[in-house]
Design a protein around this ligand. Sequence first.
Ligand code: PCO
Length: 200
Amino acid sequence: MADPRLTSEDMIDDSVQPTKPRVLLAASGSVAAIKFECLCRIFSEWAEVRAVATKSSLHFLDKTTFPRDVIFYTDDDEWSSWKKIGDEVLHIELRKWADLMVIAPLSANTLAKIAGGLCDNLLTCIVRAWDYSKPLYVAPAMNTLMWTNSFTQRHLETISELGISLIPPITKRLACGDYGTGAMAEPSVILTTVKLSYKP
Ligand code: PCO
């Protein structure tokens, strides 16, 4: 017999699965995009993942090796899916779908475009249309002298004012052989940062 001291709220229904967060992951054109597949893989163990890649990032990615459950979008998908008034506009649909967005790697060029309000590809259109009641994280990756360039400081201040959160780069040997700050934070650090601050 059911314990009369227990209310229905005390009973836990094991059959109800908690809904997974919907995470939009995006890669821009930095060598660190070689880590994007790993990022998608570890995020997809915690979240429902959709991935957006810029044209330049595709140089460092192999789309065919991505997890099957990750839907992958490129600039070509933006307008190939639109034929007439009333059809869905992809960057708006992805903005609505996502609970949060992470851009990793964020290249110096895409950082500058976001800070300047430019939107000339799928990734930057999503950011320009972003609803800042939802979190947006960036993990920059670039050469040390690009990172220490005063443009970067200005652009980071601007995007911080918009409400974008920074996952800072780390110091190590970079792809070009230079040693210094500018390497993308490790995928595991990006996942932990997002998970710890995620409030459903
Ligand atoms: C270098 N540019 C870069 C981009 C940032 N680098 C990184 C790491 C990788 C290897 O661990 C490439 C992921 O070094 O994030 O190196 C010169 S223009």
